[in-house]
Design a protein around this ligand. Structure first.
Ligand code: M6R
Length: 613
């Protein structure tokens, strides 16, 4: 969702900006733009469509300059168009600004400025910021940082902004509230890079600062970075050393990031286990350090969205089964506004790949204000959610670029499995033998995923047969019920085929009415104590002409007799099955979308990091 890149230093800014925007393409966007300062002129270029369209627009133009800002816009207020694309410029044409987030009171601010004679050209909420900043600067005869502070005081909502001024060719201003912004510091302060996350920065420097809410950074060439709050208090910047594997930011020979990330899973899950899953114990420092707080909780509440919410449903079953602690799983977007009984006796587990999801962040803030202890399960290191939690466990699966989440899901489920096992041990409610069995089985998961991945070619063939379908039903029970939901979400996100996930036994309470020969039904039906009952559900589908694709445990002859198509996954402990049974569903969705000729990594209307409500 919207991406910001900026540069100030001694190199030509344009290639750095374009390269950075390409790194941020995964976030989802529908227009792009940039502003460059050169020889006292502000050159602004915009294009509807892709970053490559922007490059095309700029081809014959002046793209010189060592100071510039750039943006990819994911439309919220106003259609995707050149006029709505960022940067937006001030009335005098001297300031240019890019913005991520939403200014909720933009209409009233705009009305007030219009009454003073200020003109607006776009439908965006962003244009108000640059016009308000210039209005204040002129009216109060103050410097740019002061005008920015005063303007941001009036703005309600979320923002990460970057701003340049023709009259200040040595200065780049950035600020944030509820929208991420990272600043990379080059050697001897000779250059600075800004971006919505560290991925566009990593190839130039490892020294990064993540701005906190309501902080403004005044970035000047050859000078140490200055950070102030919007109340004008100077704060010491917290410089961190980032460790991003640049290989993870490229497709590595795969046609799409999504396929690469599906195939990355054995390796990144090993990374996630490293130092945590030992031969005879699970070591999670967050559990060691906060054991009493976690075990004294009256309940856990998991808050998350989308795929991370599906992982949460698996987490509930794991924690309730092994730790005997009641767990509720809430959509963060509902939890944040609902009257809730959350208080200091609760532990809230926030799950997020990006660490920037606005609803999850707001749910955390609400739970915090009621005194709950916050435990994060996050992928993006240093992200807003990671920083808002009391403690947590990073899933460490590397940057996930494909909009459809794959390796983050299995990383989250792996961390939840380790968390449940570690807590159960700490609570003394798991037999040593069971503890060791689960540890041993977890260690085998990467190799077993490799065995599932070997069936990629077959799943590709299968996908071709089913590209005609307009609807899919996904059914599963127990630990496989959230997997069915996840399989359906993957398919609809990237293939635009309507798909629904249900607990298998719920089929007879409604969805069975949909079944006919046009309706493929995916049963996630690995060995389970309710195996026979799932077979009955399959027979019900069969007798109504439905086509069955079944994900089964290796050697399950009963299922093979009934299903039209079968994909086998290796045997494992029932509670760990989602780590295997989800893999064929990721591949199925991927191959259906590819067969339909769709943009798998950047599906329409979707954003990778949902930083608005
Ligand atoms: O970054 P998060 O895990 O907080 O994101 C939550 C959802 O937006 C995300 O899982 C979304 O549903 C994905 N597109 C799923 O593939």
């Amino acid at each position: 969702m919207c991406g910001i890149v900026g540069y100030i230093g001694f190199r030509e800014a344009f290639p750095i900006l374009i390269n950075g925007l390409k790194r941020l393409e995964y976030r989802g966007y529908d227009s792009a733009g940039c502003a460059l300062l050169h020889d006292g002129h502000l050159n602004v270029y915009k294009a509807k469509g892709k970053v490559s369209d922007l490059e095309h627009v700029a081809e014959t133009k002046d793209i010189k300059g060592t100071l510039g800002i750039a943006h990819t816009r994911w439309a919220t207020h106003g259609v995707p168009s050149e006029v709505n694309a960022h940067p937006h410029v001030s009335m005098s044409g001297q300031l240019a600004l890019v913005h991520n987030g939403i200014i909720e009171n933009y209409a009233i601010l705009r009305q007030r400025l219009m009454e003073k004679g200020v003109k607006f050209y776009s439908e965006t909420d962003t244009e108000i910021l640059v016009k308000l900043i210039e209005y204040i600067k002129d009216k109060r005869h103050c410097d740019l940082p002061s005008a920015v502070r005063m303007a941001l005081h009036q703005a309600i909502g979320a923002y990460a902004i970057a701003l340049i001024d023709v009259n200040e060719p040595n200065e780049l201003l950035v600020a944030r509230k509820s929208s991420p912004l990272a600043i990379g510091i080059g050697e001897d302060n000779r250059e600075f890079f800004i971006a919505s996350d560290a991925s566009p920065i990593a190839e130039y420097t490892k020294q990064v600062i993540y701005l906190n809410d309501e902080e403004i950074a005044v970035i000047r060439r050859d000078e140490p970075l200055k950070v102030i709050t919007i109340l004008n208090h100077e704060v010491e910047p917290n410089v961190q050393t980032i460790d991003i594997d640049l290989g993870m930011l490229s497709k590595g020979g795969f046609p799409h990031f999504m396929l690469k990330e599906i195939f990355d899973q054995p390796e990144v899950l090993r990374d996630c286990m490293r130092g945590r899953l030992l031969p005879d114990k699970v070591v999670l420092s967050a559990v060691e350090n906060y054991k009493d707080r976690l075990l004294s909780a009256r309940r856990f509440i998991i808050v998350s969205c989308g795929t991370s919410w599906h992982a949460g449903l698996i987490g509930k079953q794991l924690i309730e089964t092994f730790c005997e602690i009641p767990v509720e799983v809430e959509y963060a977007s509902e939890f944040r506004y609902r009257r809730s009984t959350v208080d200091e006796r609760d532990v809230v587990i926030a799950i997020s790949q990006s660490g920037e999801t606005a609803d999850t962040l707001a749910a955390i803030e609400k739970a915090k204000s009621k005194g709950a202890f916050i435990f994060g399960i996050v992928n993006a290191v240093g992200s807003s959610i990671a920083r808002a939690t009391d403690t947590g466990v990073y899933i460490h699966v590397g940057p996930e670029i494909g909009v459809a989440s794959t390796k983050a899901f299995t990383g989250q489920v792996l961390v939840l499995s380790m968390l449940a096992i570690a807590l159960a041990k700490a609570k003394n409610c798991i037999a040593q033998e069971d503890y060791l069995t689960l540890i041993g089985e977890l260690g085998c998961i990467p190799d077993k995923i490799n065995k599932v991945l070997e069936q990629n070619d077959r799943i590709r063939e299968l996908a071709r047969i089913f590209t005609y379908a307009h609807n899919f039903l996904y059914l599963g029970r127990g630990y496989n019920y959230p997997v069915a939901l996840e399989g359906a979400l993957k398919l609809k996100e990237i293939s635009y085929i309507h798909a629904e996930g249900y607990p298998a036994a719920e089929m007879k309470h409604g969805p069975i009415a949909l079944i006919d020969s046009e309706m493929p039904v995916v049963f996630v039906a690995t060995h389970h104590k309710l195996h026979k009952k799932i077979i009955s559900n399959m027979m019900e589908v069969k007798s109504r002409g439905g086509r069955i694709i079944a994900i089964v445990t290796e050697g399950d002859e009963d299922m093979k007799k009934i299903a039209d198509e079968v994909i086998e996954v290796p045997e494992t402990e029932n509670c760990l099955v989602p780590l295997l049974s989800v893999i064929p569903l990721q591949l199925l969705a991927y191959h259906v979308a590819v067969a339909k000729g769709l943009n798998v990594d950047q599906p329409r209307n979707l954003a990778k990091s949902v930083t608005v409500e």
